[in-house]
Design a protein around this ligand. Structure first.
Ligand SMILES: [Zn+2]
Ligand SMILES: [Zn+2]
Length: 342
């Protein structure tokens, strides 16, 4: 299932999304206690457990959402996305900090596709396992990483996902050799696993020997791939990682994007991860914070949400979840939508 195919849906979804609003407002307007304390009100139930979208979603925004849990089965994730008002979702298709692989069976894929169709999500990407290091000089680790990465692609294809977001690896010994190893492994994986899912290489914060913390290095990595495969590859820009690697979206917004455009071009930008950064500019650290509560700041996120060049780019938050899985995400997505509107 391609992104195009799902794009037709949001209009049909717009009506049911708008409906729950009066209900959800009901608890916020309690009757005066002194007068109505014993009368059972004829109004709507105070707490509804019905699964329903919480936030009316404007049709003119590109998909905007959050990293959503697949605990209990991947088919539950579209329902959870609706709970926070997501029109984009990022998921893990396996436990991300374990090597144990998993294949998606036909039943599981069908259940996911059905749930997705019934949801408000128009864009879904998977994020690959944190253990994968396609740039490793250790042949055993690199071979294991390659098998794991191929399995990531297979699961994405089985589920019909739009994109797989993947961190470039750690070169460990020598940067240029690491970039070549990383690119060769990507090439082998894409050649052996053809399918509709676009690979999006995520900008890194630059900790240790990690590859891909500059736009130019990301471009060099992509340039190593055979020309025919390059069209299956794009970039995911994470604003917290950009801050860690020294891109000053708060102080030099236009300069950062001009540099992106020269090195990579906007057509390579397949997704944005919108996270504030608890670590300072240039710290080379990857520490996500709530929007407006870090070193990127509200003003930069407002510009991103209002930037015509970024308007069509799917946007996903990976901000701290807090006490439950929904409250912070709802608040962050509401805030970003408000930025887009003015
Ligand atoms: Zn990531
Ligand atoms: Zn990210």
């Amino acid at each position: 299932m391609s992104a195009k195919k799902r794009k037709a849906k949001p209009k049909a979804k717009a009506k049911p999304r708008a409906k729950p609003k009066p209900q959800s407002k009901a608890p916020a307007s309690p009757a005066p206690r002194s007068k109505r304390v014993v009368r059972a009100p004829a109004r709507v139930p105070i707490v509804s457990r019905e699964p329903k979208p919480v936030i009316p979603v404007p049709d003119d925004l590109a998909p905007l959402g959050a990293h959503i849990s697949t605990s209990g089965g991947v088919a539950l994730s579209p329902f959870r996305g609706d709970e926070v008002g997501a029109t984009a979702m990022q998921i893990f298709t396996k436990v991300p900090n374990q090597w144990k692989e998993k294949e998606i069976g036909a039943d599981e894929a069908a259940a996911f596709r059905t749930a997705l169709k019934a949801s408000g999500a128009r864009f879904v990407n998977a994020h690959d396992s944190y253990l994968i290091n396609l740039a490793s000089p250790d042949p055993v680790l690199r071979a294991r990483s390659l098998e794991s990465f191929k399995a990531e692609l297979r699961r994405c294809h089985a589920l019909g996902l739009d994109a797989l977001v993947s961190h470039p690896g750690n070169y460990i010994d020598d940067r240029a050799s690491g970039i070549a190893r990383n690119a060769d492994a990507i090439t082998e994986a894409l050649e052996s696993e053809p399918g509709p899912t676009r690979l999006l290489l995520e900008l890194t914060a630059g900790q240790g020997t990690v590859i891909g913390s500059t736009f130019e290095e990301m471009a060099a990595l992509i340039a190593h791939l055979p020309h025919a495969l390059q069209k299956r590859v794009g970039v995911c820009l994470d604003t917290a990682h950009a801050c860690g690697s020294g891109y000053d979206l708060a102080g030099d917004y236009d300069g950062v994007w001009a540099r992106f455009d020269v090195a990579l071009g906007y057509e390579r930008l397949g997704e944005l991860h919108l996270n504030d950064s608890a670590a300072p500019l240039g710290s080379r650290k990857d520490r996500h914070a709530l929007i407006g509560e870090g070193h990127v700041g509200d003003a930069a996120f407002r510009r991103i949400m209002r930037d015509p060049k970024l308007r069509a780019v799917p946007k996903v938050i990976e901000t701290p979840k807090g006490v439950d899985m929904v409250t912070n995400d709802r608040r962050m997505l509401r805030k970003l939508r408000a930025f887009a509107q003015g």
